[in-house]
Design a protein. Sequence first.
Length: 283
Amino acid sequence: MPANFLSTLTGSFAMPAAENPTVAMVEAAYRHHGLNWRYINCEVSPKLLADAVRGAWAMGWAGFNCSIPHKVAVIQHLDGLGESAGIIGAVNTVVRRGNGFIGENTDGKGFVHALREVIDPEGKSVMIFGAGGAARAVSVELALAGARSIILVNRSQETGRALVNLLNSRTGTSAEFHPWDRTVKVPPETEIVINATSIGLYPDIDGRLDLDLGSLTPAMVVADGIHNPPRTHLIRSAEARGCRVVDGLGMLVNQGVIGIKYWTGVDVDAGVMRRTLAEIFQT
Ligand code: NDP
């Protein structure tokens, strides 16, 4: 059955479809698998979000992605939430299930999926830099995947402490806040180190975390949520110190793989999607 997806993008995030990496990535998977589906990019202003969701429902769309600034606002227009989306309080993927649109958050799920190719987070001690939307999604999903402990490092204490409280009250992990007011040393017992800040994102590709790189050891896995460019300063530095690394392309590709599975029921080839993105971001 042919179907459409709505990708809600606004303002500076809006790009012609051919240049939008997510559109290119998802459509590449559809072509590869001969799926008669379409993923299109629509710019929706915040005041028309309710109309857009109703329109998607009326037109029989199987679902849609939403990006900033709709990730929280869309919830009031949906019929239910998946477990992690309910805890995170943000939705990036909407799925038609039965008689309603259900909100999911695949950012953190995509991250954990990519991480699992290198290390299973269950029972591990984790240090996460950042407390924004990406950190929220990643930390909740890691906690639900059984991470033993999470040290959350953030510049703004208020957001950092709020996320730590959320993790401690709504998940089984043991979370602790660490203020980021000086160079941070990663404790030697840490097994997974994650950058979930926007530091290093294009065009500020020389952005560096205020982190003592000498505290990274080869026993640690270092992951970065930044996908453009995929080989961030952190990823290159961690590799040079013998760490195993997970770049941000894995998170982006896998959130797409999970979204397509929700919508179409098909497990698509992540490699095709990753190669499409790698060409766009010229890794
Ligand atoms: P937010 O704006 O919600 O959060 C940004 C975070 O980065 C905050 O914790 C902020 O700290 C911190 N930060 C920014 N600049 C600095 C700085 N100079 N020094 C210290 N901390 C800083 O953004 P998101 O969480 O939504 O996104 C973060 C990144 O994650 C994006 O750049 C995006 O590329 C990536 N992302 C990747 C995805 C993927 O699929 N690979 C999916 C979603 C996001 P403070 O609270 O103090 O301001």
